[in-house]
Design a protein around this ligand. Structure first.
Ligand code: ASP
Length: 306
């Protein structure tokens, strides 16, 4: 039996005590703990890594402190456009959705894409229609778009200096786990980046970029400047290094984040290996993150020096 482990993130970014109000930090920590409870409950009862990552991400999607599901950031034209993916390392089955705007928990829709269709990635109205056919709970814009996200979009629109939110408090959510059988899984969910345009798709729903899982190597969930994470193929690249060079997950994660940084991007990853080890790494000042395992150890942190 492997010692199960669960690691989660709630996004990387310019997160410091002077940029993140104390009440928001406190709320985020509570959300991370609730997500760890949900995922650990699955794993402690002998459940699968796949069920655990879905359960943990659903909690974070429902929590408005994070940029996924409820509380997702808005596109430049004020729309909610959600991306998510899930991957099972035991057979490399995967599902993803992009541009979803009516499905309450995109990670569960991604799982249905994986299990109930021959496809890997569904987009837009087709994805929401499939969710309805599957009986997944729907929600309207008033559920997803919080007043704080509208304010952030107005702030961005008032500036003329860039494409995305320069403050980069990303807030994407993700989970990786290894279960007692030694299988790994990963899931990631996001609203993308504030002010994104014209159907922009980030790394989150793309298998091999923001989300990847392979029992022969590890499971990876990423957060950060998605365009760079796509170009570096982050999830697959970390797994490939582990599998082909024998690097440990910490060394592989550091090497690939350095590569992203050389391209001009920043962010973070969480990684879980089939031996029950897990590791987080980030090149931003902070990352919402948490970890727990079968030994009862638990950690929740936000800032870089915690
Ligand atoms: N990686 C996400 C994206 O580019 C953003 C994030 O991590 O918050 O859509």
């Amino acid at each position: 039996m492997t010692q199960w482990t669960l690691m989660i993130h709630g996004g990387a970014g310019i997160l410091r005590p002077d940029t993140l109000p104390a009440d928001q930090a406190e709320g985020a920590r509570a959300g991370l703990n609730a997500a760890l409870d949900a995922g650990a409950g699955v794993l402690a009862n002998g459940g699968s890594a796949l069920d655990a990552v879905e359960a943990a991400v659903r909690v974070l999607e429902d929590d408005p402190h994070f940029n996924a599901g409820r509380g997702a950031v808005l596109s430049f034209d004020g729309c909610v456009c959600l991306d998510a993916a899930i991957m099972d390392g035991s057979g490399r089955q995967a599902g993803g959705v992009t541009g979803v705007s009516a499905t309450k928990n995109p990670v569960s829709l991604a799982r249905r894409v994986m299990t109930a269709t021959p496809h890997v990635l569904l987009s837009g109205t087709g994805a929401d229609q499939f969710a309805r056919e599957q009986g997944l709970e729907q929600a309207d814009e008033s559920w997803f778009a919080t007043p704080e996200r509208r304010r952030q979009l107005e702030e961005l629109r008032a500036r003329v200096d860039g494409w995305f939110d320069a403050e980069m408090k990303y807030g994407t959510v993700g989970a990786v786990a290894c279960d007692a059988q030694g299988h790994v899984a990963a899931a990631t969910s996001t609203g993308g980046v504030t002010g994104k345009r014209w159907g922009r798709i980030g790394d989150t729903p793309l298998v091999g970029a923001g989300t990847y899982a392979d029992d022969r190597a590890c499971a990876v969930s990423a957060t950060g400047s998605g365009e760079y994470f796509i170009r570096a193929g982050v999830g697959h690249e970390i797994a490939a290094r582990v599998r082909l060079t024998g690097e440990d997950i910490a060394t592989a994660a550091a090497a690939v984040l350095a590569d992203v940084q050389a391209l001009g991007g920043t962010g973070g990853v969480i990684v879980a290996a089939p031996d029950g080890t897990a590791h987080w790494a980030f090149t931003t000042p902070g990352m919402f993150r948490g970890q727990t395992d079968a030994s009862g150890h638990r950690a929740v942190a936000i800032f870089g020096d915690e």
